[in-house]
Write a protein that binds this ligand. Structure first.
Ligand SMILES: [Zn+2]
Length: 315
């Protein structure tokens, strides 16, 4: 038995399989990412707490010899155990290495892969169908997000994908959908573009805001950030049924039919989620980067095909 194994045994340290499991759960708890381990990192203590490690177990170190320089090196046993567990998760393709994540997000973090995400969901008995609503990051989805953010905004843009759709695998379709959603809601800083509502669930695993397609997905609207809009549930619905549209200067145009609605319709408290935007002449809450603003061609399509269709008026 090696010196390290003997120490692990004599100090009754957790077995590696359990550390791997706890690491996956910690990743899920932190929405898919945790910082690279280093002395004093909060996450190292957090996982130690989940095992109820004593001070002695946390601070025990082992001395090894630096082969190159032939000098002794001290390292914490607990850190080594954690690192070995992470390394083994990387080999099983359940998480990505900080060096790989860095190339994607510029952050030195361990990140769940889709496979790791699935295992974490299983451990927590959360149905896989909830995946698309969770704000958990995964390596594969972040790759799509990066691609969407880096794409060049076209001057002449056709928001409808007229190419005959080749049958893509359902998993690819779901990944793309999640990539689109994340790229859009992140571009809008998780706020509704109309009312500015920003809220997540108490466990911080879900954002209320949705990524709406301006040209709907069902008629082959493209999954580009310029064909997307972050909207709260209420305003998403109102946009899809044509209660309002957007003009080229990104101001809100309300349906004139709103005047015919009974006064109590659409009220919560003193606020009316539709009427309060009629008099508002200002623009919507837009992304910080102009590159991500909705494309005029998508907005034109919405005015012509949704707003005018449902309202039978011209604007
Ligand atoms: Zn809203």
């Amino acid at each position: 038995m090696s010196y390290e194994s003997e120490m692990l045994k004599s100090l009754k340290m957790p077995v590696r399989a359990d550390v791997e499991k706890e690491l996956l759960l910690a990743l899920f708890k932190h929405n898919g990412v945790i910082k690279e381990f280093g002395t004093g990192e909060e996450i190292v203590d957090e996982i130690a707490r989940s095992f109820g490690l004593t001070e002695k177990q946390r601070t025990a170190f082992l001395e090894t010899i630096y082969r190159k320089e032939n000098r002794p090196k001290k390292s914490y046993l607990w850190h080594r155990l954690l690192f070995r567990a992470a390394d083994s998760l990387v080999k099983e393709n359940l998480i990505s290495r900080p060096t790989d994540t860095f190339r994607l997000t510029n952050q030195r973090e361990w990140m769940l892969t889709e496979k790791g995400f699935d295992v974490a969901l299983k451990l927590l008995a959360i149905p896989n169908s909830k995946k698309e609503f969770l704000s958990t990051k995964s390596y594969e989805v972040q790759k799509i997000v990066k691609k969407l953010k880096k794409s060049k905004r076209p001057l002449h843009y056709d928001p409808v994908d007229n190419k005959k759709k080749t049958t893509t695998k359902i998993t690819e379709f779901r990944l793309r959908k999640r990539g689109f959603r994340w790229a859009v809601i992140e571009a809008y800083d998780f706020k509704c573009a109309i009312c500015g509502m920003k809220i997540n669930s108490p466990d911080s695993h879900q954002w209320e805001v949705e990524a709406a397609h301006i040209v709907p997905h069902k008629i082959n609207g493209k999954d580009d950030i310029w064909n997307g809009l972050a909207l709260c549930h209420l305003h998403h619905w109102a946009f899809d049924v044509g209660w309002f549209t957007l003009l080229d200067n990104y101001s809100v145009k309300m349906s004139s039919k709103i005047q015919l609605l009974p006064f109590e319709f659409g009220k919560f408290g003193e606020t009316n989620f539709l009427r309060d935007f009629i008099s508002r002449d200002s623009t919507i809450f837009l992304p910080r980067e102009k590159e991500f603003y909705p494309h005029k061609n998508s907005l034109y399509w919405h005015r012509e095909n949704i707003f005018n269709f449902y309202n039978k008026v011209t604007i």
